[in-house]
Design a protein around this ligand. Structure first.
Ligand code: ZN
Length: 222
């Protein structure tokens, strides 16, 4: 039976795999905030459990069993976040920390009921997809806002950064998921963008911010 630590390693490997092509032990050590020897012994343990494919000096990779296990933990995490936000009215910047604990609860009944109460949501409060009961994750076909041009209209669907700090920044700007955003202007000098969306006066956002706003294109303004 997987312990909490093992589950956290699987989750870290899963999210690293989403961000980079190859994962090495150093990346994992950095992510888990532990030393290299600690990561090495944990990776050996995960490999012996069949969750990780690992050969010395080669990149780390989750096995299919490891991917499924990780996705099922992420499912519990994201369903919990959705419940906290939707049913308990807890802010999207506060749900993650609580979900970090509840995701380790071993009760299929609890999470099935949560899923049902929420009406089987496809995404968490940050727009990230909730894996299904078989650990399958819906592919998201989203683009970074920073790739668009002046005059384009997009819908904000998800976030590439879900830290409390960034979520509070968006709250201050009153920018929420599903907002229809018009790109008023792109500054050639630094890639910053002037954006407007209903109910707000136009505001300038840095390229750093625009690169973690994940969007779908709408029609181009004529
Ligand atoms: Zn979270």
């Amino acid at each position: 039976m997987a312990t909490q630590t093992i589950e956290n390693y699987l989750k870290a490997l899963f999210s690293l795999a989403e961000q980079t092509e190859t994962i090495n032990v150093t990346d994992l050590a950095k992510r888990m905030e532990v030393s290299l020897p600690t990561v090495n012994s944990m990776v050996n343990r995960l490999a012996s459990m069949g969750f990780v494919k690992y050969e010395k000096y080669k990149p780390l990779e989750l096995s299919d069993a490891g991917k499924k296990q990780a996705a099922l933990i992420i499912r519990k995490h994201r369903l919990t976040e959705m419940f906290l936000a939707e049913k308990m009215g807890i802010g999207w910047d506060e749900v993650h920390e609580i979900a970090e604990h509840i995701e380790h609860l071993k009760s299929p009944l609890f999470f099935d009921r949560l899923d049902e109460m929420l009406g089987y949501p496809s995404h968490d409060p940050h727009g990230s997809p909730i894996p299904d009961k078989n650990g399958q994750v819906e592919a998201q076909d989203l683009r970074k806002l920073s790739e668009f041009s002046g005059g384009d209209i997009v819908i904000l669907k998800a976030l590439g950064n879900t830290t409390e700090q960034f979520l509070r920044y968006l709250d201050e700007k009153e920018l929420a998921l599903e907002s229809v955003i018009r790109i008023v202007k792109v500054e050639e000098f630094d890639g910053s963008m002037t954006l407007s969306w209903p109910g707000q006066t136009a505001q300038v956002f840095s390229e750093k911010v625009c690169s973690v706003l994940l969007v779908n294109a709408m029609n181009r303004e004529s």
